[in-house]
Design a protein around this ligand. Structure first.
Ligand SMILES: Nc1nc2c(ncn2[C@@H]2O[C@H](COP(=O)(O)OP(=O)(O)O)[C@@H](O)[C@H]2O)c(=O)[nH]1
Ligand SMILES: [Mg+2]
Length: 372
């Protein structure tokens, strides 16, 4: 039997937790290769949630664990819970699940099936075909959740992952073990986003299960959407390879432009040597882009420390960059011939945004900074 541990953080969930625990055991009782245990992480709920757990522990014995922590938010509760789970319970898979019946236990077997099929990390997605959020959510909550997920999804350029902030997940323990040390100070949604981002960067196989997310049964929400949205947004800005790659491209553009300007205007390169000035500035920008991408944008996929690999990859990088130049010049010329010369700057910007950026990002990922 493989052990699957459902970690459920609770703060004032006395109206929900008993029936939820019973439902978890009821929907999983026929699973053949999985033994299910539950870890409740309760932050000294004043409503006496822990007392209810201690009562129900009499019935389920060692199947239910209780960890009592200080009230320091959801991220911290998960952090402490995971630490405890890895040290004391040693499960094969760890679930995250809310206590308020928003995450229906009936989906647990589907998550486990995906794990059996080879997934390392299964997300219960509200934003995929077959999933949903409650219709009566307020406009602000809908706005933060839907828009936030789109920003994260496209910021990380991972369109297949539709729900980054979902708190209903099954994760293999090795991922949590690897990631936990860097998660200590992550709170709320950022905790969820960071855990998933790090798993992807480690090469974990990610799968989704569609879920209908329900309104909480009893009690009230404790999450502050605006605060978490801002934190999450800044996490994406600082951790997305794609966004860093765009910034590096912009730095390259500035370098290219300034050096050619200096050579032509200040060092007085002769007219028939302008091509040389632009070649020098362009190549310096390419070298800078290559280094910045390797040590910053794609630092999780850094090129092996081997001179030959470096040189071949640098050569490929030059070829891809040459491709960009050709696409750009041809594109501007084609639009100029068709529409007219007056908008050439718009053509150039459009081609960079919609052709060059996706083209080079895809090729870099395919040929230079490949998944290990
Ligand atoms: N242990 C612990 N659990 C918390 C804390 N804050 C929220 N939770 C739990 O986290 C889950 C999600 O919280 P909830 O208020 O429903 O957030 P929402 O669904 O985003 O509105 C619930 O099971 C809460 O009881 C906390 O500080 N400590
Ligand atoms: Mg809730």
């Amino acid at each position: 039997m493989r052990k699957a541990l459902i970690v459920i953080p609770t703060y004032n969930e006395k109206g929900n937790i008993k029936s939820l625990i019973e439902e978890v055991f009821s929907v999983t009782k026929n699973l053949e290769i999985w033994s299910i245990e539950i870890l409740i992480v309760d932050s000294h709920s004043p409503d006496g949630t822990a007392k209810i757990i201690k009562e129900i522990q009499k019935k389920y014995k060692e199947k239910i664990h209780l960890l009592e922590t200080e009230k320091e938010g959801l991220g911290k509760a998960y952090f402490k819970g995971f630490e405890y789970a890895l040290e004391k319970i040693k499960p094969y898979v760890i679930f995250e699940m809310d206590a308020d019946w928003s995450h229906l236990p009936k989906y647990i077997p589907e998550f486990l099936k995906k794990i059996e099929e080879g997934a390392d990390f299964v997300i219960g997605s509200r934003y995929t075909k077959g999933g949903s959020i409650p219709k009566n959510w307020g406009l602000d909550r809908k706005f933060f959740s839907i828009l936030g997920n789109q920003v994260i999804r496209w910021g990380f350029m991972k369109p297949k992952i539709t729900d980054w902030t979902s708190g209903y997940r099954a994760i293999k323990s090795w991922i949590i073990k690897d990631n936990l040390p860097s998660m200590k100070n992550r709170s709320g949604y950022v905790f969820q986003v960071a855990m998933l981002d790090k798993a992807i960067k480690k090469g974990a196989v990610i799968k989704q299960v569609p879920i209908h997310f329900k309104n909480r049964k009893e009690g009230e929400s404790k999450i502050n959407s605006l605060k978490y949205s801002i934190q999450t947004f800044s996490y994406v800005l600082t951790h997305s390879s794609f966004i860093k790659f765009v910034i590096v491209g912009f730095i390259g553009f500035i370098i290219d432009f300034s050096i050619s300007f200096l050579l032509i205007e200040k060092a007085n390169f002769p007219k028939n040597k302008y091509w040389l000035a632009n070649t020098i500035s362009g190549e310096i920008a390419i070298v800078s882009n290559f280094i910045l991408n390797n040590f910053w944008s794609f630092s999780h996929k850094k090129i092996d420390n081997n001179l030959f690999t470096y040189l071949t990859k640098f050569l490929k990088f030059n070829l891809i960059s040459a491709g960009s130049v050709i696409i750009q010049s041809l594109g501007v010329q084609i639009f100029t011939n068709i529409i007219g010369p007056q908008y050439w700057i718009a053509y150039k910007i459009g081609i960079i945004m919609f052709v060059i950026i996706p083209y080079s990002y895809v090729l870099y990922n395919k040929f230079i900074w490949k998944k290990k």
